[in-house]
Write a protein that binds this ligand. Structure first.
Ligand SMILES: *[C@@H]1O[C@H](CO)[C@@H](O)[C@H](O)[C@H]1NC(C)=O
Ligand SMILES: *[C@@H]1O[C@H](CO)[C@@H](O)[C@H](O)[C@H]1NC(C)=O
Ligand SMILES: *[C@@H]1O[C@H](CO)[C@@H](O)[C@H](O)[C@H]1NC(C)=O
Length: 910
C-alpha cells in the first residue's frame, strides 16, 4: 500500500514521488529501456549481423539425457561458454548457457522458482558438419542445432514450431576485469545514473539475451505482471515489456511498465497449437514483442520456410520475443503443448501448482488500511451479521502493529489480539495480519537486534548494513537468500514467538519488491550485496518469492505441518503459486482499473498463478455506488475476493452507501458462497493438473480465432462464462458466446443461448452476465450462512445444464477444508454424468473421509417437459422423488433426493 502523508517519515517519500501528480504514476520515477543501459545495448543489436556465437564442433557430446557443447564468441578471443540442452518429460526442452570454467563472479540461478528437479527424457542424436539433429523419445519433437552460428530449430509433428536465435539477437556478456580507462561507448556498462541515484556496477556488463520465433502462433500471452491487454502487443516504437518488481504509485494502464511481479513465462497460441517459453532469470528483464496478430504492421504469415538452417532472419509477420536480462545465465524452457492445457500442465510441472488453499480463503475477505482498533474490527465484523452478508476474513494493515514493528501489536488499539481472534473464530472467521520484509531500525525491537547480532540484513557494496526508508522510517531488509535468515524468519511465526497469533491468524506479505521509498525506482540499489556474494541486481525479482517461501514454511511449522497456510503477496515470481495468492496491488477506484483486473488475472492464471484478485472497489480514491456494485459483481468471479481501501478514502463497508447497494453487494457475495464447492473443486483440479482456475476463452475454444483477443470475459473452469459489466451507466453490453456447437444458459433466467458470436445482453444494475455451459454439472450450496466454515456440513445442490447432445458432466471434491489430511487420501471425489435421462453419481474416492453433507436438490436446466417423476436408486434400493417443472424456463427441479453426498446413486427421470 502507498500513501500521501500521515507519517512524518513519509514526507520524504512525498517530496520525491508524489509532488508531480497525485492522479497517476510519475513515469519519470521509472526507467525506460534507453535509461537502462543493458536494455539499450541489447536492443540496439542488429538482426542483420551474423550472430558471433558458434558451437565448437569437437566439444559436442550427448549423454542419453542431455547434450553439452562449448560455445565461442567470435568477437572475443578466449571466451568460452558452456551450453547444455536437456530433453525433459512431457514435451519440454531446457537450454542453459553459462560461462565455461572459472568465472570472475558467480552467475545467479533462481532455482527457487522450480518445484523440483525436472525429469529427464532420453534423446537420440545424429549430426553432420553443420547441423546436429536431436530427437526426443516418446514424443514427436525434433530439434536441429546449427553449429555456426548457434541456433535452434524445433519441430513438433514435422511442423516448424519455434526458432531460437534466428534473429541473431543472442547475447552473453562475459564478466571481464574493469579496464583502466573505459572507452566512451562502454561508460554505461560500468556505471549508470538514474535521477539522484548512482548504480556503481562494480562487476561491469553481464547481460544475457535471446530471441525466439513462435512459428506456429498467431497471438502471444503471459509475461505478467503488466497492466495491459491479455493478448500482448508489439513493442516496436514503444518500450519493451519490463520485468523489475516495483512499487508503482497509481500505476498507468495499457503499457508494458514494470509492476510488482515478474513471471517470465510467455505463451504462444495459434489455431493448431500452443507453446510456451519460460525464461528463468531473476534480474531486470525486458521483452520485445513483434509480429503478433494485433500489430498493425503485420501482414500475412509467410508460408515458405526458406534458408532457416542457413541462418537468414525470419519475416516479421511471425510472432517473436526477445528476452534481455541484466545478469544471470541463459536458462530457458520450451514447452511444446500442443493444447493450451498441455502448456499449463507442462509449465506447472516445472514451477509447481498452488497447493489446495484452505476453503475459507476462497470466500469473501474484508480489508481496509486500516481497521483502527479491536473495537472497530468487532463492529465491522458484527455488522456483516447484522446486514446478513457473509464474510470469512478480517484483515489488518500496518497500523495494527506497535509502530510498524511486524510481529507486534499496538498495545493500546489492539490490546487483546487473542480475544479479538477468538471472537472471529467463534463465528467461523479468521484474521490476516500484514508482515512486511523491511525491519524498523530500533534498538528496542527484538527483530532488529536479532538481525544485527546474527548478521541477517542485506549489505551495501562496502559490506555495511543497507539502510533505506519505508513505513517505519529507517529500515533494513532481511536477506532471505541466506538460509540462516530463512530459518530465523520461519521461527518468527511460532505461536510463542508471534505473541497474540493463533492458528486462525494468517499472513499478508506486502512491500516485498522490496519497496524502498528513497531507493532508485523505489527499490533497493542494485549494487547491494546478498548472501553468496550475489548483487541485488542478480536476485531482485525473486526477493518477494524468497520472503513468501519462508512465511509459508513458518505457517506450516507452527502447526507441525497440520494446517494449510494462507498467504497473500504483492511481489511475485514464477513459482510463487506454491506459497501464496497474489493481488494486483494498489489499483484505483475507476472503471478502467476494474476492467484491467480481468486481463491482469488471466495473464497470471495462464502463467501458473491462478489465485489472483484485485482490490474490490479500488484501493485509491472513492468509488461511487455503481462502480462499487459492479466491482463486487466482477470480484465474485475472480479467485481471490477481497474488498480493500486506502487510509485516506471514505469508509466503504457494504452497508455504508444505500439500501440498494447493500442489497446488491449482499446478493453477489452470497452468490460467491453458493459457488464455493465449484471454486474448491477447481482449485483441487489445479493442484493436480496445473489447469488454470479461471481461463481465457481460447483455452476451451482453441481453434476459434475470434476469441484469441477477448479479455473482457473469461471462463471459470470449463463451465461458467463470465462477462462482468465494467462500464458505467450502460443498459446493455455485448457478450461473445464461443463455440459453434454449444448452448449456454443464463445463470439467472436459465434461458438458453445457442448463437456463436456476440449478442447484446440487457444489464440492469442487478444483472451479472454469467452463463453455464450446456454439458456441464456444477456443485453448489444454497444455504448461505455467515461464513464458509459454518457451511461445511451443509447439503449440496447440483445444477445440471443439458448440452446439445442431451448429456452433461461434472465433478465434486470434498475434504475437511483446512488440513493436509487429504494428502493421506482423506477426501471425497465424485464424478457426475447425465446421460439417457439419468443422472449418475460415481463416487470414485469415498471411503476414507466422512462428510455429513447430503444432496438437497438437483436442478436440470434445458430439459423438455416430458418428465413428471424421478426415482433414485442407491445400494439400499429405489425411492420415488417429487419433481417440479417450470415450463417457462425449462428447469426440472428434483427435490430432496436426500442421499449422502459420498455415495453412488442414479436418478432416473420418468
Ligand atoms: C546436415 O543436416 C541438415 C539437417 O538434416 C541438412 O539440412 C544439411 O543439408 C546437412 N548438411 C550436409 C553438409 O550434409
Ligand atoms: C469479543 O466479543 C465480546 C462479545 O461480543 C465483546 O464484548 C468483546 O469486546 C470482544 N473482544 C474484542 C477484543 O474484540
Ligand atoms: C462407486 O462406484 C465405483 C465404480 O463405479 C466404485 O469404484 C466405488 O467403490 C463405489 N463407491 C461406493 C461408495 O460404493
Amino acid at each position: 500500500m502507498k500513501i500521501i502523508g500521515r507519517f512524518l517519515l513519509a514526507i520524504i517519500y512525498l517530496v520525491i514521488f508524489v509532488s508531480n501528480s497525485v492522479d497517476s504514476v510519475d513515469r519519470h520515477n521509472f526507467k525506460t529501456c534507453d535509461q537502462s543501459n543493458f536494455c539499450k545495448r541489447c536492443r540496439s543489436m542488429s538482426k542483420n549481423q551474423i550472430s558471433p556465437f558458434q558451437l565448437v564442433p569437437d566439444s559436442v557430446s550427448l549423454t542419453d539425457k542431455y547434450l553439452e557443447a562449448v560455445i565461442t564468441n567470435t568477437k572475443y578471443e578466449g571466451v568460452y561458454l558452456r551450453m547444455r540442452l536437456d530433453g525433459l518429460r512431457d514435451s519440454t526442452l531446457r537450454v542453459r548457457i553459462n560461462e565455461d570454467g572459472k568465472q570472475l563472479y558467480n552467475r545467479f540461478q533462481p532455482v527457487h522458482a522450480l518445484a523440483s528437479e525436472p525429469i529427464p527424457q532420453s534423446m537420440t542424436m545424429a549430426r553432420n558438419e553443420t547441423t546436429i539433429e536431436l530427437e526426443l523419445e516418446q514424443s514427436t519433437i525434433k530439434v536441429y542445432i546449427t553449429i555456426a552460428p548457434f541456433k535452434l530449430i524445433v519441430y513438433v509433428n514435422d511442423e516448424l514450431a519455434m526458432l531460437v536465435n534466428s534473429n541473431n539477437l543472442m547475447q552473453f556478456e562475459h564478466y571481464r576485469p574493469k579496464p583502466e580507462s573505459i572507452p566512451d561507448n562502454e561508460v554505461g556498462s560500468w556505471e549508470e545514473f538514474f535521477k539522484e541515484h548512482q548504480d556503481s556496477k562494480p562487476r561491469g556488463p553481464s547481460a544475457v539475451a535471446m530471441d525466439f520465433t513462435l512459428y506456429s502462433s498467431s497471438n502471444l500471452y503471459g509475461l505478467p505482471e503488466h497492466a495491459d491487454s491479455f493478448s500482448l502487443k508489439g513493442t516496436s516504437g514503444n518500450d519493451p515489456y519490463r520485468f523489475y518488481n516495483l512499487d508503482v504509485f497509481e500505476y498507468e494502464l495499457y503499457n508494458g511498465m514494470a509492476l510488482y511481479g515478474a513471471v517470465p513465462f510467455l505463451m504462444g497460441h495459434g489455431k493448431k497449437n500452443s507453446i510456451g517459453i519460460f525464461w528463468l532469470n531473476a534480474a531486470e528483464t525486458w521483452v520485445d514483442i513483434s509480429g503478433v496478430k494485433s500489430d498493425a504492421d503485420r501482414t500475412s504469415v509467410v508460408e515458405s520456410i526458406v534458408n532457416l538452417v542457413s541462418g537468414s532472419s525470419v519475416d516479421k509477420e511471425v510472432p517473436q520475443a526477445h528476452f534481455m536480462s541484466e545478469s544471470g545465465i541463459i536458462d530457458f524452457f520450451i514447452v511444446l503443448g500442443p493444447k493450451p492445457l498441455d502448456v499449463t500442465r507442462q509449465y506447472s510441472s516445472l514451477t509447481g501448482t498452488a497447493p489446495l488453499p484452505p476453503l475459507f480463503s476462497l470466500a469473501y475477505h474484508q480489508c481496509r488500511w486500516n481497521y483502527n482498533d479491536q473495537k472497530d474490527v468487532h463492529n465491522v465484523e458484527t455488522n456483516f451479521d447484522v446486514y446478513d452478508i457473509p464474510m470469512d476474513v478480517m484483515w489488518l494493515d500496518i497500523e495494527h502493529t506497535d509502530s510498524k514493528k511486524y510481529f507486534t501489536w499496538d498495545p493500546i488499539k489492539f490490546s487483546n489480539p487473542v480475544e479479538m481472534i477468538n471472537n472471529l473464530t467463534s463465528k467461523g472467521r479468521k484474521l490476516v495480519t500484514i508482515v512486511d520484509p523491511h525491519i524498523k531500525r530500533d534498538s528496542n525491537y527484538f527483530l532488529h537486534n536479532d538481525a544485527i547480532s546474527n548478521d541477517l540484513y542485506v549489505k551495501n557494496k562496502d559490506g555495511s548494513v543497507y539502510e533505506g526508508w519505508c513505513w517505519p522510517g529507517s529500515s533494513s531488509y532481511l536477506d532471505f537468500l541466506n538460509p540462516k535468515v530463512q530459518e530465523y524468519y520461519i521461527s518468527r511465526f511460532a505461536f510463542n514467538n508471534y505473541l497474540g497469533s493463533t492458528e486462525d491468524l494468517y499472513i499478508w506479505n506486502d512491500m516485498n519488491e522490496p519497496s524502498v521509498f528513497n531507493g532508485p525506482e523505489v527499490t533497493m540499489p542494485k549494487d547491494c550485496v546478498h548472501h553468496g556474494d550475489y548483487e541485488h541486481r542478480d536476485i531482485h525479482n525473486i526477493y518477494g518469492l524468497l520472503q513468501v517461501m519462508s512465511t509459508y514454511e513458518g505457517l506450516l511449522k507452527r502447526t507441525s505441518g497440520k494446517k494449510r497456510p494462507f498467504i497473500l503477496t504483492r511481489s511475485h515470481f514464477a513459482g510463487t503459486q506454491r506459497f501464496a495468492a497474489v493481488w494486483t496491488g494498489d489499483n484505483i477506484a475507476d472503471w478502467q482499473h476494474l476492467k484491467i483486473s480481468l486481463p491482469m488475472c488471466l495473464s497470471l492464471a495462464i502463467s501458473g498463478i491462478s489465485f489472483c484478485g484485485a482490490d474490490v472497489g479500488g484501493f485509491f480514491n472513492n468509488p461511487d455506488k455503481e462502480l462499487f456494485i459492479r466491482w463486487y459483481q466482477a470480484g465474485t468471479y475472480l479467485p481471490f475476493f477481497r474488498g480493500h481501501s486506502h487510509i485516506d478514502t471514505k469508509r466503504r463497508e457494504p452497508w455504508l452507501f444505500d439500501k440498494q447497494t447493500t442489497s446488491l453487494v449482499r446478493d453477489t457475495i452470497r452468490t460467491r458462497y453458493t459457488l464455493l464447492p465449484l471454486w474448491y473443486t477447481l482449485f483441487k483440479t489445479h493442484e493436480l493438473t496445473g489447469a488454470p482456475v479461471i481461463r481465457p476463452l481460447f483455452f476451451e475454444f482453441p481453434s476459434e480465432e475470434n476469441v484469441f483477443g477477448i479479455d473482457y470475459e473469461f471462463m471459470v473452469g470449463n463451465s461458467l462464462l463470465v462477462c462482468p459489466v465494467t462500464k458505467p451507466n450502460v443498459q446493455e453490453i455485448s457478450v461473445y458466446f464461443p463455440g459453434n456447437d454449444e448452448v449456454w444458459y443464463d445463470r439467472d433466467s436459465h434461458q438458453p443461448i445457442k448463437t456463436n458470436g456476440p449478442i447484446k445482453i440487457q444489464v440492469p444494475i442487478n444483472k451479472v452476465p454469467v452463463y453455464q455451459r450446456g454439458g456441464t454439472i456444477i456443485p453448489t450450496k444454497q444455504r448461505v450462512r455467515r461464513s464458509s466454515v459454518v457451511m461445511r456440513d451443509d447439503p449440496y445442490t447440483l445444477v445440471v445444464a443439458i448440452g446439445l447432445k442431451g448429456t452433461a458432466k461434472g465433478n465434486l471434491y470434498v475434504d475437511d477444508e483446512e488440513s493436509f489430511e487429504y494428502r493421506d487420501g482423506k477426501f471425497v471425489y465424485i464424478e457426475y454424468e447425465f446421460i439417457n435421462n439419468q443422472l449418475i453419481s460415481k463416487c470414485i474416492h469415498c471411503n476414507t473421509f466422512n462428510t455429513n453433507s447430503w444432496l438437497e436438490k438437483v436442478m436440470v436446466v434445458g430439459i423438455p417437459s416430458v418428465f413428471t417423476k424421478a426415482s433414485i436408486h442407491t445400494v439400499e434400493g429405489s425411492t420415488e422423488l417429487s419433481v417440479l417443472y417450470s415450463a417457462s424456463n425449462q428447469v426440472l427441479t428434483i427435490r430432496k433426493p436426500a442421499v449422502g453426498i459420498a455415495q453412488n446413486w442414479t436418478i432416473t427421470l420418468l
